[in-house]
Write a protein that binds this ligand. Structure first.
Ligand code: THU
Length: 137
């Protein structure tokens, strides 16, 4: 699975966003260690706080299906009805979920404007000194 293909999967997932309140559509594609891809979109609720981000949708799908090791995630987001024009960084809660299941130094986070135009970070770069499972040992 190439970076381009992962970003393409995130764009496809974005088409399924349920975001009638913010009208901001996010798609994510999470690559498991085994090469399987889990898609996710944001799912909003009329009680706004119950909304789930695209990234967490992808993680919860994967974990509930038995995958707990991951290589990378591609994220794309932007206003409904418009082409994606900015990078969409993951929110703090989603970074913490990544910290639960991913290795901070090697998990790759791809923020795409298009399949060709994307920025790449490690989890450690986006969540320095993160608190994770290792801190409870
Ligand atoms: N959103 C995501 O899906 N991922 C993020 O990391 C940032 C925000 C969603 C949540 C909400 O449905 C909409 O974008 C606006 O905040």
């Amino acid at each position: 699975m190439s970076d381009r293909e992962l970003i393409r999967a995130a764009f496809r997932a974005r088409e399924r966003a349920y975001s009638p309140y913010s009208r901001f559509q996010v798609g994510a594609a999470l690559l498991g260690e085994d090469g399987k891809v889990y898609d996710g979109c944001n799912i909003e609720m009329s009680s706004y706080g119950a909304t789930n981000c695209a990234e967490r949708t992808a993680f919860f799908k994967a974990v509930s299906e038995g995958t707990r090791s991951f290589q990378a995630i591609a994220i794309v987001g932007g206003k409904e009805g418009e082409a994606v024009s900015d990078y969409c960084p993951p929110c703090g809660i989603c970074r913490q979920v990544m910290m639960e299941f991913c290795s901070p130094g090697s998990f790759r986070i791809l923020l795409g404007k298009s399949e060709e135009d994307y920025q790449e970070f490690t989890l450690e770069e986006l969540l320095p000194l993160g608190f994770g499972p290792g801190n409870l040992k």
